[in-house]
Design a protein around this ligand. Structure first.
Ligand SMILES: [Zn+2]
Ligand SMILES: [Zn+2]
Length: 135
């Protein structure tokens, strides 16, 4: 059991409140779709909470403004497919660290996911991008 002051890197909850390890959790369903299995991952500090609505609106606006450009950039570097399961249809830009947890609309915080993976991921922070981007 990890020390009680650590936070889950996926859901951001304190380790003792995190349900990611439970079978059938959102995280596990997401990872199963991508053919992966759950490995716990902890961080020393919580994610930002209670992001003000005006900031969320501004970040969503920033995403919409650059949507096509960022979509094209990700499709070019990582392939036009879901970063989790490889699906090629119904792709959307997803914030790796969700806006609600303090994530920003910037190319380095975005990945392409299919609509189904995006729905399961919800507000979890899961980075599916390849460690090294192809040139
Ligand atoms: Zn968790
Ligand atoms: Zn997918």
């Amino acid at each position: 059991m990890p020390d009680s002051r650590v936070f889950c890197s996926y859901c951001g909850r304190l380790s003792r409140r995190c349900a990611c390890h439970e079978a059938g959790s959102d995280l596990q369903r997401f990872m199963e779709r991508g053919g992966k299995s759950y490995v716990p991952c902890w961080r020393g500090s919580p994610y930002k909470r209670g992001v003000p609505p005006q900031i969320k609106r501004a970040e969503r606006g920033n995403l919409q403004k650059q949507y096509k450009i960022w979509y094209a950039a990700l499709a070019e570097s990582n392939g036009e497919c879901c970063a989790n399961c490889g699906e090629r249809k119904d792709l959307v830009l997803d914030h790796v660290l969700p806006i609600a947890k303090g994530g920003l609309s910037r190319l380095d915080n975005l990945q392409l996911l299919c609509a189904a993976c995006n729905r399961i991921k919800g507000k979890l922070a899961i980075d599916c991008r390849p460690a090294k981007h192809r040139e």
